[in-house]
Write a protein that binds this ligand. Structure first.
Ligand code: ZN
Length: 462
């Protein structure tokens, strides 16, 4: 699986000669930024390229320059992908990364999710948030998720936002940081919009070059007073930042008709990513489709927290722009996007009482291109096509749980698990190789995380 010894030697010689011959060194350096993934099953999810039962993907300087059954590219290092499915990385569209070290704290002696997290969030520190983001990003890579939407809804002060953003940028993952509100905020209190404006000016000016963009997570019509959500929406539009909000999550919230209220005031649109909509009515779902407002569902946590079952048939009938998410590790337990796809497909079949009601291929599209479109990144990532950035994963098709298999869609939605993600590349940079992280000391990260949550648990007395 690794680049051949000959290619490694070529790369090594570039370092040695770099002082002696600048022109040649430049050529060698660029060769190091170039490679061909070869001999895998290519699931491009691009409508023109389609699937290649055996194909190559040529990458140069972080971009895809060719996808074809066979690519010659003399002198370019080749990485053998036989026994693997080469595909676009997964895109998660709603992840409260700040509480990832609180895995399993969804129910404590204080009671269910809201009470337990309320107590923990009161003692939370910027260091705990940053560590959680690092843990989440590491797990994302483990699972083949290359783009994340960090839904930061425990910004108690600006240093919390700074700590999360810095950890997210350092991860090398693509994604959005959505600046949110503290857990303890009152329903009549505006979030820290000055903080958003300052962060936009300081970190996201014209020269900003990171893979992370900025957004706002607002509470929306069913979680705060009208003057507040209107103010937060207006600020997002004034700052030209995308907005995200939970909507119609439980039955009571569904009864508040938040989607129709937003539509009536002209506040839906492609820049508005709504989350859950578990109790949205069919007419509300049609409004999302008409206004091209994307939706993120997280079926595992919607089941676990007791919101209910996502109305997948109605969502599909209405043609809502769909995407998938893991939501949080407190309830979901893990960031297994394969598991999210599986439960999505199987809930749809179970509710419709019809096998295959939601095809495995459609679910794969929601987990890749659908997510990219939802975050406004559809021109950059979400499929393997010439000109797109190289966010690519390879999944083993020769593992005990993936072989033999009739077709690749079923392999990915029902057979594969995060451990089968053999290779992860984000913007041309390798993050996982031969099934192992290349940029993270995982045991050290886990030790720090365990230590931190142990201390916070004592402080919160839960
Ligand atoms: Zn959420």
């Amino acid at each position: 699986m690794a680049i051949s010894r000959r290619d490694l030697l070529l790369g090594g010689s570039a370092a040695v000669i770099s002082g002696a011959c600048p022109a040649r060194a430049r050529a060698q350096t660029s060769a190091q930024n170039e490679q061909v993934l070869t001999g895998g099953y290519v699931l491009s999810l691009d409508p023109v390229i389609g699937d290649l039962s055996k194909g190559d993907v040529h990458i140069r300087n972080g971009a895809i320059v060719a996808v074809a059954p066979s690519i010659a590219a003399p002198g370019v290092p080749r990485r053998d992908m036989s026994g693997r499915v080469i595909m676009p990385g997964f895109v998660d569209t709603h992840w409260h990364m700040w509480n990832s070290i609180a895995r399993g704290f969804g129910h404590t002696r204080l009671g269910p999710f809201a009470k337990s997290m309320g107590a923990l969030s009161r003692v939370w520190t910027p260091e705990a948030s940053a560590l959680s983001v690092r843990l989440a990003c590491a797990e994302a890579v483990q699972s083949g998720i290359t783009t994340v939407h960090n839904w930061a809804h425990n910004i108690k002060a600006r240093d919390f936002a700074d700590a999360e953003l810095e950890a997210q940028k350092a991860s090398g993952l693509r994604g959005r940081f959505s600046y949110g509100y503290p857990q303890s905020i009152g329903k009549g209190v505006l979030m820290d919009l000055d903080g958003v404006e300052i962060m936009k000016a300081d970190e996201f000016g014209l020269n900003h070059r990171s893979l992370v963009s900025l957004g706002i997570c607002a509470r929306g019509p069913d979680r705060c007073e009208p003057a507040v959500w209107r103010g937060e929406w207006a600020a997002a539009r004034e700052f030209k930042l995308p907005i995200t909000a939970h909507i119609a999550s439980d039955r009571a919230a569904g009864g508040m008709a938040g989607i129709s209220i937003l539509n009536r005031e002209g506040l839906l649109g492609p820049d508005v990513l709504l989350v859950h909509a578990t109790h949205a009515s069919p007419s509300d779902l049609r409004l999302l489709a008409e206004t091209k407002s994307p939706l993120s569902i997280s079926p595992w946590t919607e089941l676990e927290v007791g919101y209910g079952v996502p109305p997948l048939a109605q969502m599909m009938d209405a043609r809502v722009p769909m995407s998938l998410s893991v939501d949080n590790m407190v309830l979901a337990g893990n960031a297994d996007m394969f598991g999210v796809m599986r439960v999505t497909a199987d809930l749809a079949a179970g509710m419709a009482e019809k096998q295959g009601a939601l095809s495995d291929r459609t679910v794969l599209q929601w987990a890749t291109m659908g997510g990219a479109d939802a975050l406004g990144l559809g021109k950059l990532v979400g499929s393997l096509a010439v000109g797109k950035r190289a966010d690519i994963i390879a999944v083993r098709s020769d593992a005990l749980n993936t072989s033999p298999v009739k077709n690749v869609d079923f392999l990915l939605t029902h057979g594969a698990r995060p451990n089968d993600v053999d290779f992860v590349m984000i913007d041309g940079v390798v993050h996982k190789e031969n099934g192992r992280h290349t940029r993270i000391d995982v045991p050290a990260l886990l030790a720090q995380s365990s230590d931190m949550i142990r201390r916070l648990r004592v402080q919160a007395d839960i």
